[in-house]
Design a protein around this ligand. Structure first.
Ligand SMILES: [Zn+2]
Length: 290
């Protein structure tokens, strides 16, 4: 037999248990909503980004207005971007560096990314202008070449890539992320003076151009873009691009775009089986400027 005090405590305990059991469905709901995003959200630790460091030590690409090789800028930015991605949970991010010059080196980059089964390929470059648009000045006792007329980033995708829509989607996300951080793109690839280097501007909002022939973009099997982070022959922009602050800004933009893209891919994989059962129409191809 229980003492009256104990009976009261037991009654109280039963009441508390009943009350706790009462809102049971809410707990069930919580568990349900917590489980669903897990299946549809980006699995950062499994999402492999390849950051391709453009050019090589021996064939270093463009030369900046102050005589610094492009490769040096590419390596610094790609290194910072990798650190930002890893800090955001993209542990599998890889820096792709080769000593082989083009053309073999270019194919090698694509082959290595394909062998790694990368989810996304980002080639990191810094821009210049055709030689006929360069002017000469003296810097540190040397004749150097510059063009202050154009500044800004440019993003290229190839319609020869195995995932054209994915490449364009990531390019647009990257352009939007750069613009959200106050950076603009250069329009000069649309100008007639670019002659055979003229490119079609696919998205005038985000600064994504079409460049089908780029080997690293057309030979890769995963979505791939080439980022020209800015113009190193522009004397003002060169100084900005050499600063840790600008690299941090570009790295943050790359990371934000990768996060958005990874999330979009996860949703797409989740939705795909549902779409297939009632799919009378195909997804439209990527939109073009014209
Ligand atoms: Zn380059």
């Amino acid at each position: 037999m229980m003492a009256p005090g104990r009976a009261c405590a037991a009654l109280l305990a039963a009441l508390v248990m009943a009350l706790c059991a009462g809102p049971g469905p809410a707990h069930g709901e919580d568990a349900g909503t917590a489980a669903t995003p897990k299946q549809t959200s980006c699995q950062r630790a499994n999402f492999r980004v390849v950051l391709d460091v453009g050019h090589t030590v021996e064939v270093p690409g463009a030369i900046s207005a102050r005589g610094v090789p492009e490769y040096q800028f590419n390596l610094q930015l790609a290194t910072d971007a990798k650190a930002a991605l890893v800090a955001a949970g993209f542990d599998k991010t890889v820096l792709l560096i080769t000593s082989k010059p083009p053309p073999f080196g270019l194919f090698e980059r694509a082959l290595r990314a394909n062998a790694m089964a990368a989810d996304l390929f980002i080639a990191i470059h810094h821009d210049s202008v055709p030689d006929l648009l360069l002017q000469t000045w003296q810097y540190d006792g040397q004749d150097e070449h510059y063009n202050d007329s154009f500044a800004g980033y440019a993003i290229f995708v190839s319609y020869g890539n195995a995932d054209r829509a994915g490449s364009l989607q990531f390019g647009q996300l990257l352009g939007a992320a750069l613009q959200a951080r106050g950076l603009g793109y250069t329009p000069h690839y649309t100008f007639a003076l670019m002659a055979h280097r003229r490119r079609q501007l696919l998205d005038p909002d985000t600064g994504v151009y079409r460049y089908d022939q780029l080997v690293v973009l057309k030979e890769t099997r995963m979505p791939a873009v080439l980022l020209e982070a800015g113009s190193i022959v522009n004397r003002g922009e060169e100084l900005a691009l050499a600063s840790p602050a600008r690299r941090a800004l570009e790295s943050a933009a790359i990371t934000a775009a990768v996060e958005d893209f990874c999330a979009a891919r996860a949703r797409r994989h989740h939705e795909r089986p549902v779409k297939r059962t009632s799919e009378p129409r195909r997804a439209n191809g990527p939109r073009t400027a014209r």
